[in-house]
Structure formats: C-alpha cells, structure tokens
Design a binder for this molecule. Sequence first.
Ligand code: SF4
Length: 186
Amino acid sequence: MSHENILELFERLTLLEKANERAIAQAHSLQAVQLVALHYLARCNRFSDTPAAVTEYLSATKGTVSQSLIQLEKKGMVTKVQDPEDKRVSHLKLTSLGRSLVKQTNQLALLDQALGGLDCEEKAALESLLRKTLIELQNTHKHAMFGPCSQCKHLQKSKGGHLCGLTKEPLYESDLVQICREYTHP
Ligand code: SF4
C-alpha cells in the first residue's frame, strides 16, 4: 500500500469521526471540544486532570480550553477541586451529570463500532501499528504521549501493588488503565 493511500485513509477516518463527534456534541448542546474534554477527564489519572493537561491533550489553545472548561462547570458537568498540597493547582473532576453523559456517548463513536468487526489478532496488529505511528509523531513534534500506567516505563512493582517511579506515589489497580500526561514509552 502506498503512503498516499494510508494518508487518505487516515484523513477519511478522522473526518468521519470528527463529524460524528460534532453531531453527538450538538445533540447534547455541547461543542465537540467540550465533549472530548469530558471523555478525556473520564479516562485520565489524578496527575493529568488539570486544565494544563487537558489543553495539552486536546492540542488546542489555552483560551479555547479555558472557555470550554468554564462552560462545562456552568453546565454542572465538571467541578474544580484544589490540590491539597499545592493551592495553585486545581484538579477537574466529573460530576455525576458529566459521568452520565460520558457513559451515554461512549458507545457512539463510529470507530468504536467499526472496531467491533475486527478479531483480537487484527485489533492487536492495528493497535501496534497505530501506536508506533503515534510515537513517531509525538517524538518528532515533542508532544506529550499520554498513555496508561500499565504500559509506562515508570511503572514499578511494590509490596502492596504498584508505584509510579516518577512521582513515587502508589498506584491503585484502577490507575493502571487510566491515561497520564507523563506516560513514557518503554
Ligand atoms: S507510571 Fe507512568 S503513566 Fe503511570 S503515573 Fe507514573 S508516569 Fe504516569
């Protein structure tokens, strides 16, 4: 397959997914960026739920994300919680309304539905190729990688379970599948 064909496929998939995202967001009186921010907050860990991390994940401008987060707060879907150790830092938590909206819209992604048609081997092969491509891109452009603890270079085993080698904080079972802005590919 040629380079051009692959790029064309990526473009088509992205456009279809984005259009679907806009439609779902509109149906819930949200902007697409707000919907993506909610889904990110549902999947990120406690080191990555700050406004700065959301901005980095969305690769959007600080102003756009800041406005989106203000709107989500006004709609009662997100709430800000001050960091107990550093008063300058605030964490964004989904409210029950925010969580319920994420749950309702989780299965609506077109790609999610299309992936249902692939078997385990095909999914594993596709994941590996996409991850390799993403890592190339992020390395070239120096973007944060965002990935789960379970696949991070800093994950360490400790007596009670797991530990983050970077922050030295304990990691719980639920942390292992959440995404983190400090994720480093092994
Ligand atoms: S192990 Fe990696 S992904 Fe997990 S919290 Fe630490 S830096 Fe983040």
